[in-house]
Design a protein around this ligand. Sequence first.
Ligand code: NOJ
Length: 466
Amino acid sequence: MVVYQVYPRSFQDSDGDGIGDLNGVTARLDHIRELGADAIWLSPFYPSPLADGGYDVADYEAVDGLFGTLQDADALIAAAHERGLKVLFDVVPCHTSIEHPWFREHPDWYVWSDRDGPQNNWRATFGGPSWSRDPVSGRWYLHSFYPEQPDLNWRNPEVPRAFGEALRFWLDRGVDGFRIDALDRILKDPQLRDDPAATGPPPLPEAHMEAGLEQRNSRNAPDIGTAVAQLRAAAGDDALLVGEVYLLSGGLKPYLEHLDACFCFELLHAPWEAGAVRAAVAAAAATGQAAWVLSNHDFPRLPDRVGARNVRAAALLLLTLPGMAFVYQGDELGMADGSDGGHDRAGRDRHRHPMAWDTTPNAGFTTGEPWLDVVVPADGPASEQREGSMLDWYRSLIALRRDLEGELELLDAGADVVAFRRGAHVVALNLGAADRPAPATSQLVLATPGATAATLAPGGAFVALG
Ligand code: NOJ
């Protein structure tokens, strides 16, 4: 399955306020269908003060006026289903917005320090201590992310109950499943003990490395599976559940027992060199439930991460691996990062610039003033991308993907080359800076300009019959 990630704020504005909205998404569904995707995942559009781009939810069962209405959400779900697209919403169980009524009405649904100050040495993901003083009660609450995002206490049975209701609210409206945010954070050490000093670099890059702590107690508690099981029980067996779990593949078992898939962050962060990419692919493929992803609204876009020369090869890798593949909006156009607009304190605006649709002002994203500039990709806006363009490349890859069957079998293809077999097909890409011999195949099926049956130029890649 190919899932297309829509970041609603930057996809399509329908009312001229410069901010993308749900009706805009509905109006552009044909773009996603023509790409060949099977499903869409929408980043949050719930009522929110937007302290964390909507991942600070103030009501799990409503639509923020900025993005539209509940009826617009219903219309979007129906229009997606008419086109054969499944719909995944984004749910945020770890924390609410500090403006969620629960924070005042049910303080015992949150995690508090028992003293006048931080309970322990835990550090928040975007910097600073994980504890802040609530000016109303004077007590200190836990927040794994920004201070505006108090953590829910999943050890209080009322929390899974209330959260389960929110899941069922959307399932009853026709949603097919969820991408579950920051899942490794929902259960911490029950005694809230300090994190120990780190003995090496973190397994995956951290936004703020200054603390030098190993996040042993502040997340991924040994009994985390019980909370994941509660989410599955609430959603039912038919819902598609994809976990955002910020751990290496080897640690995903308690999550994967209850979820359909988890994102493979090892590959998203792997330096673009053959050894690291091979290792990440091998580790995640071994779980049998990888959700492959190379970019999203939190991390640099592909040209910025792997270099313009390697973007097509990276897309080819993403879309030929077995399992679910996630394509972040704009990647199919070859979008690069834009400038920092000063909205997100962690500097992630750069990865969230609006889509470039056509040659009208603001590339068709809005008739108003866009909240962030539209970044027009090297191959032009969507309407101008013809044969040989990035959009054409993505469409071809997704179409070809239907023919790829079988398990992944990594091949030894020499320096700088990652190659694997899938049934009758062989996939190969050169991640290095020099021409490399291609693995022997009988017939190329799809190849970048820099690839022939004999040689892979830097950034060259192909799918061939073995
Ligand atoms: C992961 C989301 O993708 C990110 O945007 C957000 O800041 C954190 N989780 C906290 O919700």
